[in-house]
Design a protein around this ligand. Structure first.
Ligand SMILES: COc1cccc(N2C=Cc3cc(S(N)(=O)=O)sc3S2(=O)=O)c1
Ligand SMILES: [Zn+2]
Length: 260
């Protein structure tokens, strides 16, 4: 495809030249303003059925490091919340900043986090392939999880260790048996809005579900860098409609919190 990056002459401010949808009206990331989020009582909790997920490999595509999953059936799906049917887990990847600087894409009241994890799912009920879903308005659902620096994350090292195998662009290595459920925070409170891919091709095909609670990773884990271009897209305004999910009833024991 067309080249793009995060530099002065290939970065977010010129993406619109090759990807005109960059000037669209549902572009991501956004700055989330919790006070402006309207609570939608019709929104139920999100449900993550990842117990039979099959991770395949980890690769560095030059923009991010991606862990891919077998999405030939509904073995690992996200459902509930704003979604009308289950969406299949395809891959997850991170957005890191440069050394120690904050690389999250979404911000909350202007504040960015050390990093942001995106779990990308596609609507296999309505679309025949990921590629087709990736350009449909209800084709993708991306679960966004903020990472902040704090204690060492006991499971993230399995990923950071594997990254040293894919330090250079276009390298791929086996990565089996990883269940991303271990990367979830204890609460599934969320904000949701209709947005886009945050990097080219910038398709306006994403129902964003951003968890309010960040997970903690150590300074060392957050500072790892690989040759994927580190950077972030400029924030595009704010979503005209963002709704927050119901308070997680795990306190009342009604919704069992995910097994970390
Ligand atoms: C067939 O492979 C394809 C086809 C079409 C699109 C893509 N993608 C490109 C960018 C991109 C950005 C994402 S983010 N940061 O918003 O979560 S998710 C994503 S992608 O869907 O993997 C891959
Ligand atoms: Zn992403």
């Amino acid at each position: 495809g067309k080249h793009w990056g995060y530099g002065k002459d290939d970065g977010p401010s010129i993406w619109h030249q090759n990807f005109p949808v960059a000037e669209g009206d549902r572009q991501s990331p956004i700055d989330i303003m919790p006070q402006q989020a309207s609570h939608d009582p019709n929104l139920g909790p999100i449900v993550l059925n990842y117990d039979h997920c099959t991770s395949l490999n980890i690769c560095n595509n030059g923009h991010s490091v991606v862990v891919e999953f077998d999405d030939t059936d509904d073995r690992s799906v996200i459902l509930g919340g704003p979604l009308d049917n289950p969406y299949r887990l395809k891959q997850f990847h991170f957005h890191w900043g440069g050394k120690g600087c904050h690389g999250s894409e979404h911000t909350v009241e202007g504040n960015s986090y050390a990093s942001e994890l995106h779990l990308v799912h596609w609507n296999a009920v309505k679309y025949r392939s990921f590629g087709e879903a990736a350009s449909a308005p209800d084709g993708l659902a991306v679960l966004g999880i903020f990472l902040e620096t704090g204690d060492d994350h006991r499971w993230l090292h399995t990923i950071t260790d594997a990254l040293y195998m894919v330090k250079y662009k276009a390298s791929v290595t086996d990565f089996k048996g990883f269940n991303p459920k271990c990367l979830l925070p204890s609460s599934l409170h969320y904000w949701t809005y209709l947005g886009s891919l945050t990097t080219p091709p910038l398709h306006e095909s994403v129902t964003w579900i951003v968890l309010k609670e960040p997970i903690a990773v150590s300074e060392r884990q957050a500072s790892f860098e690989c040759s994927c271009s580190l950077g972030r897209k400029r924030i595009r305004g704010y979503a005209w409609k963002i709704t927050s999910g119901p308070p997680s009833l795990s306190k009342a024991g009604k919704y069992a919190p995910p097994i970390n």
